[in-house]
Design a protein around this ligand. Structure first.
Ligand code: MG
Length: 375
């Protein structure tokens, strides 16, 4: 069933376009094309070997950055289609949102940010934009993937004021306090819905979270009761799965309904009205948002800061720090393309080349690179 887009959706006919003009495609819309470019990129393929929460080699069934990105996209597309917004744009943003993520999840990213402290820092959203704008080297006519403005705008979820000033077009909204497209707002919340739910699943699978512990969370316990009443004999593995399924359904439904209410109240007639709104029109209800934040805090405390995870975190810190220090002092330890970019340059310019190289690594590449340096 094809539903026309609402007037305040992101229409490609009103887009701010691509940096380099290109002839349009005969069979695909411009945002479908962006999605396809993202899927064909090397940055996207690397996500399969990058940690979400569990290091890639800890087990075959845990989420990776790639499967996380696919789950985000699945949630995002459902919401975009239900609200008659641009599904292809939402999908493109969701698939690319973590494309600049470092190896080893948050521990990797935080460590690289510390290493880059004196050189402008490291922000993973900005790095995702850098990957699609600058680092992907595939096309003969331009650097990067030459994506549409709205796709790039959506990828840059957060940005410091200092960096926003340097970025030009996509940085403007952070300086003028404007909202991004509704498609970008959806991608942002789809990310949160995806990770909160799949981290419960992965944490339980790893034996780091138990059902009684999870039942202290009102969101989980509400859906535990619903599922348990219907299937009192269900074994734990399927029970957890049914609860998560029920939680995702409730969160997505709540998000769609609350967003409809906000859109009705604000009555935007174009994407400009969306951008000028003083608050995001895509949102969960207050009650759902509270439960969501509570679950997020719970996961931070009991899963991300679990001592087993912390032990891994300190190994990761040593590894990223070791790589950064080694490449800063001797660029020839990096592959030719990075070595030549870092030759005869110092300070922030040199550090950025090193950070680009490290951020692009998969977990296993980083482990091997670190072992090679220590040998
Ligand atoms: Mg994410």
């Amino acid at each position: 069933m094809f539903a026309a887009l609402v007037p305040y959706a992101a229409f490609e006919s009103h887009s701010r376009g691509r940096k380099h003009d290109e002839p349009s495609s005969k069979y695909r819309g411009e945002y479908q094309r962006d999605r396809d470019r993202i899927i064909h990129s090397t940055g996207f393929r690397r996500l399969v070997y990058k940690t979400q929460v569990f290091i890639n080699h800890e087990g075959d069934l845990y989420r990776t950055r790639l499967t996380h990105s696919l789950e985000v996209s699945q949630v995002g597309r459902t919401v975009a289609a239900a609200l008659q917004l641009n599904e292809a744009l939402t999908e493109a943003i969701c698939l690319a949102h973590d494309i600049g993520h470092t190896p080893f999840g948050h521990a990797g990213q935080d460590t690289l940010n510390v290493c880059m402290h004196d050189f402008g820092g490291f922000e993973h959203n900005l790095q995702s934009l850098r990957v699609v704008d600058v680092l992907e080297a595939k096309y003969a006519d331009f650097v990067g993937l030459n994506l549409m403005f709205e796709t790039r705008e959506g990828i840059l979820k957060h940005c410091s004021v200092r960096n926003a000033r340097e970025l030009g077009d996509v940085g403007e909204r952070f300086l003028n306090n404007k909202q991004p497209s509704l498609e970008a707002q959806i991608a942002n919340i789809a990310d949160a819905i995806a990770y909160n739910n799949h981290d419960v699943d992965d944490g339980f699978r790893a034996g780091l979270l138990s059902i009684p512990q999870l039942r202290t969370q009102s969101l989980f316990s509400t859906h535990f009761d619903i599922v348990h009443e219907r299937y009192p004999e269900l074994e734990d593995r399927r029970l957890i799965y049914e609860i998560i399924r029920s939680m995702i359904g409730a969160m997505v439904g709540d998000l769609i309904e609350e967003s409809c209410r906000r859109i009705d109240a604000a009555a935007p007639s174009s994407i400009e009205d969306v951008r000028n709104a003083t608050y995001p029109l895509i949102s969960m209800s207050d009650l759902m948002y509270e439960q969501h934040v509570s679950l997020k805090r719970f996961l931070r405390k009991h899963l991300y800061s679990h001592e087993q995870k912390l032990e891994m975190t300190s190994k990761v810190q040593d590894m990223i720090d070791g790589l950064f220090t080694a490449y800063m002092s001797d660029e020839t330890k990096m592959p030719a393309q990075f070595a030549s970019a870092a030759r005869n340059v110092e300070g922030a310019v040199r550090a950025r080349v090193v950070a680009d190289f490290i951020a692009g690594m998969t977990d296993r590449y980083a482990i091997a690179a670190h072992e090679a340096l220590m040998a």
